[in-house]
Design a protein around this ligand. Structure first.
Ligand SMILES: [Zn+2]
Length: 308
């Protein structure tokens, strides 16, 4: 299996797909769609988390998009971790138990996931004029569609507005795909649609419509896609469990919460409350852990608070 991607730009319109093994033990599917005229390169990744099916299905459909009418090229990596897809893993890569979306910029001599992150930072993101990383709620998470962008990047904020998911999180922090791409000066957006291991045509359609709007925004297609609805910018607070136990959320997806209000409890098997989680700020529930069991350190839910 080849170690490297084929050249993205050959000067001839084409659609090419295959498998590469840039990191020992990895089999990564790719697709390149090169348009008729030169132009920007959009990189679209999915399957950082192997059980976020709406995003994987959307990327696989994008890979079958015709090259006709396209300027520039689209590089699609629809399943960054095939073994996570095959094993229905949540959060982490089965190879080393690490979460790729916490490992950036990675290390060339590190564990499997660290080497994968390093490959993306050194070989893939530098070729991009913009990066979209598609996600959703994991098998154990319920989620209402939202996007995240690196909060210091105005071009990334613009991508969030163009992509058009109704809520956009101005995100800080390090170790994430969009943070790593952003540090290379690439406008980047992480889109979250679907959850609980369910994929729907509606969810796939939301992602594909957002991608078409981004292609138009970058001048890669002439068609005028349907405009996006209003996008509300928020900051997100995602408390992690301090204890192992049973998780009882007190709020539903999308529900409003007040500062100080109880948003959930962790209890023992015999019903004793061992942790009560109160909202730090007012906002609404963007996603929630739907699993009855929670392990210490796992995120319980995400609360979005509108930016003033
Ligand atoms: Zn994810």
């Amino acid at each position: 299996m080849p170690l490297h991607l084929p050249p993205l730009r050959t000067g001839k319109p084409r659609r090419e797909h295959g498998l590469i093994s840039p990191v020992e033990g990895a089999r990564i599917p790719f697709a390149v769609i090169e348009g008729e005229a030169p132009g920007p390169c959009l990189v679209v990744t999915a399957g950082v988390h192997g059980s976020e099916y709406t995003s994987i299905e959307a990327a696989l459909r994008l890979a079958r998009r015709p090259a006709r009418g396209l300027r520039g090229c689209i590089l699609i990596l629809p399943v960054l971790n095939m073994s996570a897809l095959r094993k229905r893993a949540i959060y982490v890569a089965p190879e080393d138990g690490r979460n790729l979306n916490r490992m950036f910029p990675g290390r060339p001599d590190g564990s499997f996931t660290e080497r994968l992150a390093h490959w993306l930072v050194s070989e893939i993101y530098p070729q991009a004029d913009a990066c979209l990383d598609l996600h959703g709620g994991d098998l154990s998470e319920a989620l209402a569609p939202f996007s995240l962008f690196p909060r210091d990047s105005e071009a990334s904020r613009e991508l969030a507005t163009v992509f058009g998911l109704p809520i956009a999180v101005a995100a800080g922090g390090e170790g994430y795909t969009i943070d790593a791409a952003g540090r290379l000066g690439k406008p980047s957006l992480l889109a979250e649609v679907g959850g609980n291991g369910v994929w729907t045509e509606d969810g796939v359609g939301q992602l594909l419509a957002g991608i078409e709007r981004v292609l138009a925004h970058l001048g890669m297609v002439h068609a005028r896609p349907a405009p996006a609805g209003p996008v509300r910018v928020v900051t997100m607070w995602a408390p992690a469990a301090d204890e192992d136990g049973l998780w009882y959320p007190a709020k539903r997806l999308g529900e409003a919460v007040q500062a100080g209000e109880t948003i959930g409890e962790i209890r023992t098997l015999f019903g004793d409350v061992i942790a009560t989680i109160a909202a730090r700020d007012a906002g609404s529930v963007l996603y929630t852990l739907s699993s009855l069991w929670v392990n210490k350190g796992e995120a319980l839910l995400g609360i979005g608070t509108p930016v003033a």
